[in-house]
Write a protein that binds this ligand. Sequence first.
Ligand SMILES: NC(=O)c1ccc[n+]([C@@H]2O[C@H](COP(=O)([O-])OP(=O)(O)OC[C@H]3O[C@@H](n4cnc5c(N)ncnc54)[C@H](OP(=O)(O)O)[C@@H]3O)[C@@H](O)[C@H]2O)c1
Length: 253
Amino acid sequence: MKALVTGASSGIGRDMAIYLSRIGYEVILVARDKIKLNQVLSKLSTKGEILIADLRIKKDVDKVIKKSLDEKIDVLINNAGFGLYGSFYESDLDREIEMINVNVIAVHRLTKEVYKMMKNLNGGYILNVASSAGLMPGGPLLSTYYATKSYVRSLTLGLYEENRRNSSNVHLSILCPGPINTNFNEVAGTRFNLKSLSSDFVAEYAINKMFKNKLVIVPGFMVKCGLFFQRCLNVKMLLRIIYNIQVKKGSKN
Ligand SMILES: NC(=O)c1ccc[n+]([C@@H]2O[C@H](COP(=O)([O-])OP(=O)(O)OC[C@H]3O[C@@H](n4cnc5c(N)ncnc54)[C@H](OP(=O)(O)O)[C@@H]3O)[C@@H](O)[C@H]2O)c1
C-alpha cells in the first residue's frame, strides 16, 4: 500500500506521512526542502522515498502526477499550501499567484489525474487539505488564502457527489482545521490569537476519519462550535467578525 503526501517536509504533512507509515503505508514525501524531507524519511517505519518538487511550477506538478500514476498510489494527500497576510490592496500579486498555483492549480491537477487512475482501478483515497477558512464566506486580510481554500472545498465536494453516483470505491475527503501549531504563521507573516491544536493530533485524526470515509473532517471542539454558530449570522456581520479576528493576527508582539 502506497501513499503520496505533498508538503511532507513540515507540519501536518510531515505528521500525516509519519502516521501513514506507522499504520503500514509506504510513503512518497513531496516538498522543496531536501534536508527536511530526509529528516522525515528517517522517521518512517516503512519504506519511503522523497520527491523534490516545487508545486508552483507546472513541470514539477507533472513530475508528481507521473510518480503517482507509475506507483499506482492508494492514498493521495494534497496538503502543501501556504497563506499570505495583508490587505488585498497592498499584498504582493506575484506571491498571490504562487499561492494560487500551489493551493489551487496543483491540487486541481493532482486530484484530476489521480482520481482518473483510482476510478479506473476502482479504489483509493484522496484527502484534500482545505481549512476552516474554506468554510467561511471570505477572509478579510487573508482574502486570497481563504479563496484558495474555498476552491479546494467546493471542488472536492462536487467531485464527491459525482463519484458517489458512480458507486466507485474511490473515497474523497476534505480536511478543514482551525489553527494548528506549524510553520504556517511564519510563512504567512501572521500569528494566531486562538488556541492552536498540535499537528500530530490533527494528522492522526484526519487520517483515521479519511479511512472511515468522512467527507468533511473538522478536528477540534472549538472550531466545530464556531462553524455551527456562524450559520446563525448574516454574511456582512460574519465578515466584520472575521476582520476583527484577523486584524489582531497582524501584530507580532
Ligand atoms: N497551520 C494551520 O493553522 C492550518 C490551518 C488550516 C489549514 N492548514 C493547511 O494545512 C496545510 C499544511 O500547512 P502547515 O500548517 O503544515 O504549514 P507548514 O508547516 O508551513 O507546511 C507547509 C508544507 O507545504 C509545503 N510547500 C509550501 N510551498 C510549497 C511549494 N511551492 N512546493 C511544494 N511544497 C510546498 C512546505 O514544504 P517546503 O517548504 O519544503 O516546500 C511544507 O511541507 C496547508 O495547505 C495549510 O493551508 C493549516
